[in-house]
Design a protein around this ligand. Sequence first.
Ligand code: DQA
Length: 149
Amino acid sequence: MYKALILNGPNLNLLGTRQPEVYGGTTLEMVENLCVSHGSSIGMEVSCLQSNHEGALIDAIHAAKGVQDGIVLNAGAYTHTSIALMDAIASVELPIVEVHLSNIHAREAFRNVSYISKVAVGQICGFGAQGYVLALDALSAHLKSETPA
Ligand code: DQA
């Protein structure tokens, strides 16, 4: 059974009440429950972590090495700024699927740039909370394609 970490960054603890017209009405707890139950339906053991702190997110990525098979990451605004997060991902050599609730390419220009994308397997954005489910499916397919039968 593959293991995946759902890692959420700054302000995502406020999901459900934070700009619901942009990010929807689903709370972080609902997103995490959805990920755990979807994970078990596709044979993945899912654990979840959220932090508002860049260093804590980096620590979580480092700690995932040798423990997790991959990460679904919504780095929030750090997506657009954090070379340190990008370097952490590159350092652990774990497959990362980048996810965003909103379509960051249809928003302000500063949100169109993602440092995470440079080291991610791929990016899913614009599908709200469902994007996490899609990201888990994508991570699962990627892991299976990498593992010889
Ligand atoms: C976000 C998009 C980011 O630009 C923003 O800073 C967030 C949430 C999203 O899920 O759509 O915090 O990552």
